[in-house]
Design a protein around this ligand. Structure first.
Ligand code: MOS
Length: 735
């Protein structure tokens, strides 16, 4: 089999996708897995019928910090159908976050948060396992717990992390010298990813080989972590996860039920299926940390930024290295010579904090982009004009060029489409009992590319098969990979079969950090390039003379069916590796968010009326799925701005709102008309596809546009997200 590896070390000035004769790439194409999903025939992990499978049910700690001294299981074992109760120290790991390949932490019998798994009950039915779980009587020796967020206890995080701290120039002096300054603190609450499909594992051993049906985002990494947790070779483990009902970060790393289920299945000698309840998803999968963010801006009277400061606090369990990297976008978004970006962490006994929906920008831009709006007002500048004044020519910290950066164009196009010129001063527009206003914010998300492999096979029947362990978490991976292969091989997408979500297939990086499409897509591109080379040899032609179209290879006056050229099957493996371009260019995707809201003058209730996002993210691989990604992100922007907040009881550290009745996410009634537009772009530094990450761009900044619109509507500035009516009401004029 041919293999080909490409690193991102040089510019990809041309792409074979550019003059693709098929017109498949970029086209607004419905998801090819859509019919399976709407007809209920796409099999999700919990739906596999594994012969002889027993059912596991996680038992979660009900105290915030303790040692489990004993576990009285006499009553539990009397429940008919109970097979066993596993409480071994090994069964207590919680999801790991910081290291890609570290094993999940096993805090053994030491409980660090309410919701930490302490046992797995296994029974013939789910109901029996659940019943028995509720009859277990754990005995805790409780220890003093930190159950409330106290900024005064913040410490330097232990582990360094991407995009952490930066200090340049002298921010204190620059703030002193500036004609106009801002120094405000913003807070955002803890959140849960609330993927529609709960976390699920079916573990089945055959001898020393373990197969898991699971719902995970990054199979390569998950397999490595699980292997370390179990102390076995990763080659002995197979993860199968072809359909994933959303992840949003909570399924990036090996999850608690994966490990418990695998160990218990081995001991019991039967396959075990463990499905989390919604409450368990809330209590023991990662939360996005709450944050407290101090933003300092200092500018000349004309509005040129001299100083940018972003000091943020987030929280996590004692001993954890992960912190919410709020300052990621602050590093590269605006000019300003004196810069200070810092992250500290408060350790407390709440659920593990980790990556969720644009970790960093998702929370950080709620503060930064609100501050930019407030600073524009102080300077008596239009918020867009203020941002344009501070548009950097090069990355202001690394002093390297941007590969592409079309923030200004996105703001201009958005302003035009949205009717920005009609914006009034705050609290000037009234419709009956509603104040109406508009606001905007920048969108930005750092672009990442990961190593990925894919295999493409041209089959004797003239169809193509694409294989990789990449996942499709509802994003459209199946479809875009079919489009890339189709465009490269001259096939309609109906003739491209895509197999994903199986660690038996070539390793990709998985779905995370908005790197999935570009990374796995580039691997498919490289594999197809190798196939094209093989076809050139068979056609005895130069690469430039080969045209692949309608299932045929055409060179000179000859046209041959691809199936004929494929012989017994023509396979190639492609690999993409991150190279120098990552350091030589500042790579990010950009955009502009616009929102119109109405604030009820009597109740303070906020209704989002319309939103527009204009984005530039390199080549758009599929107009429809890209747009859907952005709409999803913007919808969660509504959640961040107005609704979502995990509430921990400060007395016990327990979650008060651990279900979708009490934890509010935007529902259809909350989501107005959302429009998405893309600015034409090719990023020649990013990868051979010239594409960039888009999944998390839509949320980055979206909530701030809404908060800014609320201020414009009613003149009340709230710096404590979410903007619930109780925080707005007091600032409204008397009725
Ligand atoms: Mo994303 S928070 O990397 O799934």
């Amino acid at each position: 089999m041919r293999t080909e590896t490409v690193s991102t070390d040089a510019l990809f000035e041309t792409s074979l996708l550019e003059d693709g004769v098929q017109g498949v790439i970029g086209k607004a194409t419905s998801r090819i897995d859509g019919p399976l999903k709407v007809s209920g025939t796409a099999t999700y992990s919990a739906e596999y019928d594994i012969a002889g499978a027993a059912h596991g049910y996680l038992v979660l700690a009900t105290v915030a910090r303790a040692t489990v001294t004993s576990l009285d299981d006499a009553d539990a074992r009397k429940v008919p159908g109970v097979l066993d109760i596993f409480t071994s120290e090994k069964f207590l790991p919680h999801t790991n976050q910081p290291g890609q390949t570290e094993e999940p932490k096993a805090p053994n019998k030491h409980v660090l948060y309410a919701g930490q798994p302490i046992a797995l009950v296994v029974a013939e039915t789910f109901e029996a396992a659940r019943d028995a779980a509720h009859r277990l009587r754990p005995v805790y020796a409780e220890l003093p717990a930190t159950t409330g967020f106290d900024a005064g206890t913040a410490e330097k995080p232990k582990d360094s992390q991407i995009a952490a701290h930066a200090s340049q120039g002298d921010i204190e002096k620059a703030m002193g010298d500036a004609a106009v300054t801002l120094d405000f603190t913003y807070t955002t609450p803890s959140q849960n990813s609330v993927a529609m499909e709960p976390h699920t594992t079916i573990a089945e051993w055959k001898g020393d080989e373990l197969t898991l049906h699971c719902s995970m985002q990054m199979l390569k990494t998950d397999r490595q972590q699980l292997a370390k947790a179990l102390g076995i070779d990763k080659e002995k483990i197979r993860l199968i996860s072809p359909y994933v009902g959303g992840g949003f970060g909570s399924k990036l790393f090996a999850s608690p039920e994966m490990v418990a289920c695998s160990l218990a299945a081995k001991e019991l000698g039967r396959p075990i299926k463990t499905v989390m309840t919604r409450q368990q998803v809330f209590e023991c999968t990662v939360r996005r940390s709450n944050t407290q963010q101090r933003i300092r801006l200092g500018a000349t009277a004309e509005g040129k930024l001299l100083a940018i400061g972003h000091d943020s606090l987030s929280s996590n369990l004692p001993g954890e290295g992960f912190f919410e990297p709020c300052g990621i976008a602050t590093h590269f978004l605006y000019a300003g010579q004196h810069r200070h970006i810092n992250h500290d962490v408060v350790h407390l006994n709440w659920t593990l904090a980790g990556s969720m929906r644009a970790p960093g920008e998702g929370a950080g831009m709620l503060a930064l982009e609100c501050a930019m709006d407030e600073m524009a007002e102080k300077l008596d500048l239009d918020p867009i004009a203020f941002r344009k004044l501070n548009e950097p020519k090069r990355d202001p910290e690394k002093d390297i060029p941007y590969s592409t950066r079309q923030l200004v164009r996105c703001m201009d196009e958005g302003a035009e489409r949205f009717g920005w010129a009609r914006r009034t001063a705050p609290a000037q527009r009234r419709e009956g009992e509603w104040f109406v206003g508009i606001g905007m914010a920048a969108a930005a998300r750092a672009n990442r590319m990961m190593q990925a492999k894919a295999r493409v096979t041209l089959k004797p029947d003239g169809t193509a098969l694409v294989e990789t362990d990449m996942t499709d978490i509802g994003t459209g991976t199946y479809t875009i990979l079919a489009q890339i292969a189709g465009e490269m091989l001259g096939l309609p997408i109906e003739m491209v079969d895509v197999h994903l979500g199986d660690t038996n297939l070539p390793e990709a990086a998985g779905s995370g950090g908005s790197f999935g499409a570009s990374s796995s897509g580039s691997a498919v591109y490289v594999a197809c390039q190798a196939i094209r080379e093989a076809l050139c040899e068979k056609m005895s032609c130069e690469a430039d003379d080969l045209t692949l179209k309608d299932g045929r290879a055409i060179a000179g006056n000859r046209a041959v069916d691809l199936g004929t050229l494929a012989g017994d099957g023509l396979a190639a493996e492609g690999e993409i590796k991150p190279g120098k371009n990552d350091e030589v260019y500042s790579q990010g995707s950009y955009g502009a968010h616009f929102a119109e809201v109405a604030v009820n003058a009597v109740t303070g209730e906020v209704r989002v009326r319309r939103m527009l996002g204009v984005f530039a993210a390199g080549r758009i691989l599929n107009l429809k799925t890209a747009r859907s990604q952005c709409i999803g992100g913007m919808t969660f922007g509504i959640g961040a701005a107005l609704e979502e907040a995990l509430e921990h009881d400060p007395r016990t550290g327990r979650l008060v709102n651990h279900d979708l009745a009490e934890y509010h996410v935007p529902v259809n009634a909350d989501v107005p008309q959302i429009e998405v537009a893309f600015v034409d772009e090719r990023d020649t530094a990013a990868n051979p596809l010239q594409s960039k990450g888009i999944g998390e761009l839509g949320i980055s900044g979206a909530g701030a546009a809404i908060a800014n619109a609320v201020y414009n509507a009613c003149g009340v500035r709230v710096r404590d997200y979410p903007l619930t009516l109780d925080k707005i009401l007091g600032g409204l004029p008397p009725v």
